[in-house]
Design a protein around this ligand. Structure first.
Ligand code: C5P
Length: 369
């Protein structure tokens, strides 16, 4: 294992987990903020272009890391040619996870344009369930009864959190107003109408009152992302275990096809790009969100290498608490009792899932794989 690796005296495992925790809490909030705080004189930036630039930044960062590691530009170029350009079949293998990640990264914007940061964050924990199910199906893992119990508890928690949105209606966003978080209780009727036709990804626009939020669309987007995250993660892990290759080379292969897919996803917004340009609505905040998303992708790769998937789950679960607290102060978020109870259940279930199985008295740990 790589447990011994350090950076400036700090173990890579702890450092990467800590940075992931901070990155995760801030990304969700910044993305949410960038989607709801609309300047009426500016168009909303296009999510598909933001995803594309995040992919490009990630790709460049991977090449820089490779150059830093080899400490020689000719050697870096040699590796790029030998392991990447001359191995197109390896890039082809990455089409599935990178296509899913491109979809997922776009859906994040859809979800955060329609759900509050805290609701999104808790519901997104469902990816622990999808990862577990795909691990069983694709990687022949076996889960103990404790883990299945924890997963059932997770679903109960997420359902409780979602109760806050049941019966809520698409609501227009009024910048800097509490109304954005307070849904009326008239049901979902009429909220998914024709607006979808010309809207950008994640971006329903009501001509008079700015972007329209639809919690149902947000929920569908986040659940689809969970399935995608679980499947792509297991698929990538299967590829990583199938053959020895440098992690950064693998990430460059993933990034290349990811950049291609996210470029193709921009065709969804082609009309608006032709009319207003690729950088329409970009502010400093947009670039911070883009850079933060790129950093997040790199951190996922690093955490899985130096720590593991379970610890990654812990870090993202803990970030629920941080972003929940910040949401209360900065977004005027008022968590209902169900929300608080649901969040508590999700955190407990994540803890139970990550706890070593031998901690359960009398339980016999099944053999792995
Ligand atoms: O684990 P989770 O599904 O939350 O992470 C997915 C995110 O990490 C996506 O944004 C994806 O593009 C990124 N990622 C990456 N490199 C990897 C694995 C994931 O950039 N090796």
């Amino acid at each position: 294992r790589h447990d011994g690796a350090t950076f400036m005296g700090v173990s890579m495992k702890h450092l990467s987990l800590l940075i992931l925790l901070l990155q995760n809490s801030t990304l969700v909030l910044m993305m949410r903020y960038s989607r709801v705080n609309v300047d009426p004189d500016q168009p909303m930036y296009l999510a598909s272009t933001a995803v594309f630039f995040a992919e490009l930044i990630k790709l460049l960062a991977c090449v820089f890391v490779l150059a830093y590691k080899t400490k020689s530009i000719p050697r870096t170029l040699y590796i790029l040619r030998k392991d990447i350009i001359d191995q197109p079949q390896e890039i082809l293998k990455m089409l599935v996870p990178s296509g899913l990640y491109a979809l997922q990264n776009n859906l994040l914007y859809v979800a955060l344009s329609n759900l509050e940061a805290a609701t999104f964050q808790v519901t997104y924990q469902m990816k622990i369930l999808s990862t577990a199910v795909f691990s069983v199906m694709m990687l022949n893992r076996r889960l103990t009864r404790q883990k299945w119990f924890a997963l059932c508890l997770l679903m109960v928690g997420v359902t409780l959190v979602q109760l806050q949105n049941v019966g809520s209606k698409a609501s227009p966003v009024v910048a800097d107003s509490k109304e954005e978080e307070e849904f009326s209780s008239e049901g979902l009727e009429g909220s998914m109408g024709d607006e979808l036709g010309d809207a950008s990804l994640g971006d329903l626009v009501d001509e008079e009152s700015g972007p329209v939020q639809n919690p149902f669309i947000g929920l569908v987007a986040v659940l689809t992302s969970c399935v995608s995250s679980g499947f792509a993660g297991c698929y990538f892990e299967k590829i990583l275990k199938g053959a020895e290759a440098d992690m950064w080379v693998r990430n460059i292969q993933l990034g290349l096809s990811g950049a291609l897919f996210s470029f193709l996803a921009m065709f969804y917004d082609r009309q608006r790009i032709f009319e207003g340009g690729i950088f329409q609505g970009y502010t400093a905040m947009t670039w911070i969100v883009v850079a933060n998303q790129a950093l997040g992708g790199l951190l996922v790769a690093i955490v899985v290498k130096y720590a593991d998937n379970i610890l990654k789950g812990f870090a993202t679960s803990l970030s629920i608490i941080i972003s929940g607290i910040i949401s209360v102060y900065f977004f005027d978020f008022e968590p209902s009792l169900q929300f608080q109870l649901g969040t508590l259940v999700v955190i407990c279930s994540t803890y139970l899932y990550g706890r070593p199985d031998s901690a359960v008295p009398g339980f016999i740990r099944p053999t792995k794989k």
